[in-house]
Design a protein around this ligand. Structure first.
Ligand code: SF4
Ligand code: SF4
Length: 173
């Protein structure tokens, strides 16, 4: 069901908070020398990322019942995410989004979608080996992709070997 004006306003405030948290969290990781993979490609609007939105939470959120209930209530009441299953490994909740129309593969409240929908797949770029959804038009490229490409171009390789290495190292996209 489409968000009401009131719900859209609440989600706008939550979005600001989400973006501020994200900026601080990622700045901290960068200050520790961590570098995300680079984002290549484009959004093809396939809507695969709307089919089963998943959120990984911290240990406290996962195991402390009141916090867990509050989290799931917020997801259901505010974001329209209904719990489908839990994945113990990685402390993840997997949802069904009530805003997603499977027929038209569109979001009925796109303008007020949550921050995690806007951010996908950037969060994955901080993983050691990002695995994006198979139909996603975005690609993850190594942080040092340009250096690797330059190094490859200097190696005495056949075009086939070069191409194989480019694919293996995920330098395209
Ligand atoms: S809120 Fe919209 S963008 Fe986010 S998962 Fe649901 S349908 Fe997709
Ligand atoms: S899965 Fe990727 S390409 Fe498809 S809608 Fe989501 S971000 Fe866009």
């Amino acid at each position: 069901m489409r968000d009401s004006l009131l719900l859209a306003a609440v989600k706008r405030v939550a979005l600001w908070r989400f973006q501020a948290d994200l900026a601080v969290h990622r700045a901290l990781r960068r200050s520790r020398g961590e570098r995300p993979w680079k984002l290549g490609g484009d959004c093809r609007r396939c809507a695969s990322c709307c089919e089963a939105p998943a959120i990984a939470v911290g240990a406290l959120n996962w195991s402390w019942a009141p916090l867990r209930r509050l989290f799931l209530w917020w997801q259901r009441r505010v974001n329209g995410f209904l719990l489908e299953r839990e994945e113990e490994e990685g402390f993840s909740f997997v949802f069904r989004c009530t805003h997603f129309d499977r027929g038209t593969r569109s979001c009925d409240s796109y303008a007020s979608r949550p921050g995690m929908c806007r951010d996908y797949p950037r969060l994955l770029l901080w993983q050691p080996n990002p695995e994006l959804l198979p139909l996603c038009g975005y690609r993850a490229r190594p942080p040092n992709a340009d250096g690797l490409k330059a190094a490859l171009s200097r190696l005495p390789l056949t075009p086939e070997q070069r191409e194989k290495l480019r694919r293996g190292l995920r330098l395209d996209g």
